[in-house]
Design a protein around this ligand. Structure first.
Ligand SMILES: Cc1ncc(COP(=O)(O)O)c(C=O)c1O
Length: 395
């Protein structure tokens, strides 16, 4: 494992691991020496059908040879198909395409403010987000994020965001005011430590939003598009938002984001309200369409559910074997976390040394986001490596 010599040419914004990835195939990536790593991070829930899935790679190649870019001043077919897939699964009516998660949330924030402005006057602009949430790195989305560590040094931050404790309806009620226009949350917090919303909490939030005339925005950028065993994480809660955001998985490895909304809300946007040069790019949209088609044709969600159950069992067995290290195992589908004593970083590093890529979520949680095509044998292999890593940090 060597670090490229020209690493000083890049801004030092990531705590990078000593690994250069040159190729990916299915659930594995390979470094420049040809060494294989089992990828239980999926590029942070991006390569969810595995690396270079043949259907996605073929769709990208074919579309790249036909039409690489089309201005949003004109129509192009691939993005209409992606919009059809997204609205079919989300139950939303209209979609806006962008290029990343932060942009999707930024657009959702604009839409919520515009809706409040057009319907109720300019005094309602505040959005309540959750403590420990993560919504992105642009100025508005880092301000929306309920973690101070992403904000330090970037003042002045835009106004209009307040924070409530997650899974605490009374705490949420206490910060709602006559300035509030929306509540925004991740149904399963990712970066904050793999923390699922309680079902009763999401139902109470929805009821509160209905009672106060507030919009409900779900950030499904990490937990959406199949990761938890349903296409949208909110499905299993039986709570439908007014706006939902997606990215990561959407482009099958290409940069692609979207926010979708119900007609009543989407209709406040007209020509000039919002825009993006690259949003809805035909190649990214073709990749997304291949992603959705494969999800459907190969019943991928079934594997997410069964593999998720199996991986949970394996993690629970490790919790029993290492009770002083693993404190809790939680999550849904193939979005799983293990809270550990003594910090996640040494275990993540010990796994990498042994050929397994996992992530952390905050300082104390190991995060497992394997591709949806993961098999029981590959889960066994990962669990064996994790066991050895746990032995190495407890010795
Ligand atoms: C829940 C959530 N929202 C937003 C983002 C930001 O997405 P991006 O990095 O594509 O801007 C992330 C990225 O980790 C995320 O997990």
């Amino acid at each position: 494992m060597t670090i490229p010599r020209n690493s000083e040419l890049l801004m030092n914004t990531y705590g990078r691991f000593p690994l250069t990835v040159v190729r990916g195939e299915g659930v594995r990536v390979f470094d420049e020496t040809g060494r294989a790593y089992l990828d239980f991070g999926s590029g942070i829930s991006v390569n969810n059908l595995g690396h270079c899935h043949p259907a996605v790679a073929a769709a990208i190649q074919e579309q790249a040879a036909r039409l690489c870019h089309c201005s949003n001043l004109y129509w192009s077919e691939p993005q209409l198909t992606t919009a059809a897939y997204l609205t079919k699964y989300s139950g939303m009516d209209r979609v806006f395409f962008c290029n990343s998660g932060a942009e999707a949330n930024e657009g959702a924030i604009k839409l919520a403010r515009k809706y409040a402005h057009d319907k109720g006057g300019s005094g309602r602009f505040e959005i309540v987000t959750m403590k420990k949430s993560f919504h992105g790195r642009t100025l508005a989305t880092l301000t929306a994020t309920g973690q101070d560590k992403v904000k330090t040094g970037f003042a002045p931050l835009p106004e209009g965001f307040v924070y409530a404790p997650f899974n605490d309806i009374e705490g949420l009620k206490s910060v709602i005011s006559d300035k509030t226009c929306a509540v925004m949350l991740e149904p399963i917090q990712g970066e904050g430590g793999i923390i699922p919303a309680d079902e009763s909490f999401l139902k109470d939030v929805k009821a509160l939003c209905d009672e106060k005339g507030l919009l409900l925005i779900f950030d499904e950028i990490q937990c959406g598009l199949g990761r938890t065993g349903t296409m949208f994480a909110f499905e299993r809660y039986g709570v439908k938002p007014h706006i939902v955001t997606n990215a990561k998985s959407l482009g099958g490895g290409l940069p692609f984001g979207a926010f979708s909304a119900v007609e009543e809300v989407a209709s406040v946007f007209g020509p000039g309200s919002h825009g993006s040069t690259f949003g809805g790019n035909p190649v990214a949209a073709a990749a997304a369409n291949a992603y959705f088609k494969t999800m459907e044709e190969e019943n991928i969600l079934e594997n997410v559910v069964s593999a998720g159950k199996y991986l949970t069992e394996k993690l629970l067995a490790l919790k029993e074997a290492f009770p002083d290290v693993i404190r809790d195992v939680r999550g849904r589908g193939l979005m799983l976390g293990a809270e550990v004593a003594g910090g996640a970083a040494p275990i993540v590093a010990a796994c990498l040394e042994r050929g397994l890529i996992i992530l952390n979520a905050g300082p104390d949680v190991l995060r497992f986001l394997p591709p949806y095509i993961i098999t029981a044998e590959q889960i066994d292999e990962a669990a064996e490596i994790l066991k050895k890593a746990l032995i190495s940090v407890t010795e």
